[in-house]
Design a protein around this ligand. Sequence first.
Ligand code: ADE
Length: 403
Amino acid sequence: MSSGQLKINWAKSHMPILKTIEDSFLSEKPFSGLKVGITLHLEAKTAYLAQVFKSGGAEVAICGSNPLSTQDDVRQSLKDEGIYVYGHWGVNPEEFKNSLNRVLDHQPHLIIDDGGDLTFLLHRERESLLVNVLGSCEETTTGIRRIKALENNRELRIPVIAVNDALCKHLFDNRYGTGQSSWDGILRTTNINIAGKKVVVVGYGWVGKGIALRGKGLGAKVIVTEIDCVKALEAYMDGFEVLSMSEAARIGDIFITATGNINVIDRNHFEVMKDNAILCNAGHFDVEINMVSLKEISKERKEVRKNITQYILKNGQRINVLGEGRLVNLACADGHPIEIMDLSFAIQSLSALYLLRNSSNLEKILHPVPEEIDNKVASLALKTMNIQIDTLSEEQIEYLKKA
Ligand code: ADE
């Protein structure tokens, strides 16, 4: 069996929720005659999601959603099974765009997007295809921010389901998924001890919270930086030191960005860092560490270990960047833990089914994932883990209705 197939089988054996959904898709074939266009991080768990749509009767075309997140052995296995796959690990910007266009060439009825690139390309350059499209499901915080901007500009012409905002997505994927997988990427890549290190987590949204929590578990002294006063207070109450970035820059050993914004680590920060500091990013785009400026102030750069680029500043100070400043959990590891993606992709597949059944009644705006889908996925997850919960008695139901 090929390495890609082994990886997919291993993922599949830990994704019981998606397996339950696949079984129902296999018997009902709800996507028969339809095409699903996907851009997601193309690794083993994603491959299984693509297979699930195929099991539901769809023609599936897929490409990666980040230049460094496609695993070539997985891509090959999917191709061998009759799924249309475009792009490869390490695509350049032109190849990346080309792979998105190749997916759109299939004239998909449903879009599964991660970061908004497919939905944007569809609206900005491939508008003639919009008539076919029932809607799109968006996986990430960044994608939702971008699509909201499209909606605010009155440009959005399809209904979009905000998969990221489902409770069974962001509470687990963004927080515990990124919390574990970012450290997985850092540990695999650097092989350094974390206990006692000063770790600066830039941004305390769901992703930052997970990274800070897991960093604390590894024994790090975690420092949080924020621009939002409530989140800063929350980080403080959660037991973390809160500093401004200019203060944190001077004392951190490891920096992890998780803001979704540009240049949150900038030239003035690089210049005051300790020698041999390690920098990485957990946000969707590679914009959070100002790489242009880092290159400008460096006299030399070299690969010091796989996935670690060391920049040597003119004063001799060394700064190490993991995975080119792209998503460290995917560029330097295998993405989120399998069981976490089981939840996220269960939400994705049921949201796509919801779009299929309700598209004509949905306004061309961003929509929340229906509560029933969240509850269904949570109860399936509990069932697969053999966890029982209680139900309200009639007396309790009546009590809750009282003023
Ligand atoms: N694997 C597939 N999609 C992923 C995502 N959005 N984040 C982390 N790991 C993933």
